[in-house]
Write a protein that binds this ligand. Sequence first.
Ligand code: HEC
Ligand code: HEC
Ligand code: HEC
Ligand code: HEC
Ligand code: HEC
Ligand code: HEC
Ligand code: HEC
Length: 271
Amino acid sequence: MLWIISGAAQDCVNCHRAIVDKHAATNHARTLRPLSDTAFGRALPDRPIGEARGGFLLSYMGTTVSAERGRESAAGEIAWVLGAGDQGLTPLVKIGGEWLEHRISYYPRADRFDLTLGHQPGTSKSAKAALGIVQSEATVKSCLGCHGAKPPGLGCESCHVKTAEHFSRPTKLCTECHRKEGPDDALAIRFQPLRLIKSACFTKGRIACANCHPPHANAVRNDAAFYRSKCAACHSTEHANQPADCLPCHMPKSSPAPYLSFTDHWIRKRR
Ligand code: HEC
Ligand code: HEC
Ligand code: HEC
Ligand code: HEC
Ligand code: HEC
Ligand code: HEC
Ligand code: HEC
């Protein structure tokens, strides 16, 4: 019988070193970090980032971000940056006791600072509004619940639940963060479970995330043979055995918003 006090990775390293090292290199482990440790921090230009003509100017100094226009100004502290850097990085800004989702995100693939998804373009109504949208304590808690309770991101305990004896193997937990519910609009392509469960592979074959995604690793990228072998585990028709890349026809990528790109997990016949 094993007795482990907490769920922090350093408590697992002596006995599961290979997994701890592997996990540390994933986007799961890097999805919540202090500004200085992110591409957002490193890519910041020397000059301020400006809204459209006549709008506010945003300046970054250390972890302080300020918005200014004439005599109007407001400043806050960048507490954390969310996003490992695969798609977009969005800071959470603290002003006094309030939390703001920052108006500006950094998109590494395009090397651009631009509006955070869901924020309105144009000139902000006030200096504070130029810093971002106020979020309730509950919303911020939910952001942090999915992105890791504290930096640097998801730990072992994000997936493994402590049991009386040790730690459990996870069950059904991917959908605690990767959503399986929500409006099925263009943006729903971000919610892989919501799409996957519409597939016959799921309704008739009970396909699961683990069929294609190894635990403790990022998604395998640009590897047609890897995914073909996953399909082949269940499909053996002549068509399904061709030496082709199955993904462009059955799991194509698309961009539901500027700079973001996702894989459609609704596997189906498309003509
Ligand atoms: C004192 C050594 C030790 C420490 C420390 C330790 N483990 Fe384990 N763990 C083991 C052994 C031994 C097994 C059983 C063999 C195996 O599956 O690798 C195991 C198995 C597991 C399993 C599989 C359980 C199952 O039902 O098959 C999980 C999950 C796990 N450990 C998670 C953790 C996590 C998370 C931590 C840190 C918070 C941790 N362990 C710390 C030794 C340890
Ligand atoms: C505690 C919340 C949480 C849980 C549980 C979780 N994920 Fe994630 N996952 C995330 C977040 C947040 C990201 C975005 C990481 C980033 O910032 O790029 C992510 C990203 C990913 C990625 C993309 C990584 C890459 O290649 O860039 C894959 C694949 C993934 N998760 C699979 C899984 C699978 C499979 C499970 C279940 C075993 C799972 N996740 C459980 C929160 C979670
Ligand atoms: C229900 C869990 C959940 C909540 C709540 C949540 N996120 Fe995420 N977030 C994710 C997952 C999962 C991903 C990975 C999406 C993907 O790549 O498929 C992600 C991705 C991101 C990304 C990377 C860019 C992208 O779109 O992939 C950023 C930035 C981000 N979230 C910020 C936030 C902020 C800020 C909040 C709170 C306002 C928040 N998230 C709330 C689960 C969550
Ligand atoms: C994103 C979710 C996720 C995170 C984070 C995570 N694991 Fe796992 N872990 C899994 C899944 C899924 C399995 C496979 C379960 C199965 O095969 O039944 C697994 C299996 C294991 C096992 C069983 C042996 C094996 O290789 O299958 C151990 C031990 C383990 N994890 C330790 C850890 C440790 C230590 C950490 C932190 C460094 C960690 N895990 C972080 C999802 C996660
Ligand atoms: C866990 C098993 C499993 C895996 C893995 C799997 N599928 Fe399936 N898939 C099924 C089952 C079962 C059906 C339903 C077959 C039937 O209706 O007779 C299905 C149906 C389909 C269909 C027909 C869908 C429709 O609308 O009629 C396509 C296309 C398909 N799969 C493609 C793929 C591709 C491509 C992959 C790999 C990326 C894959 N599948 C991986 C089990 C799986
Ligand atoms: C049939 C195989 C398959 C299954 C099952 C699967 N994925 Fe994926 N997943 C992929 C492929 C292929 C990619 C894109 C790889 C690349 O970029 O080359 C991907 C990418 C992702 C990404 C990165 C963002 C994106 O959309 O490109 C996340 C997050 C993810 N998957 C989560 C999940 C979760 C959660 C589940 C379970 C609900 C799941 N996947 C089940 C094949 C699968
Ligand atoms: C050029 C596009 C394309 C590629 C590449 C492709 N498929 Fe298909 N697939 C289709 C179309 C179109 C259908 C529907 C055919 C019909 O209804 O007559 C289909 C049907 C299927 C079906 C449903 C049953 C069947 O055999 O008709 C499965 C399963 C399937 N594909 C799996 C795969 C797998 C696995 C791969 C990779 C080895 C793959 N496909 C590559 C276009 C493609």
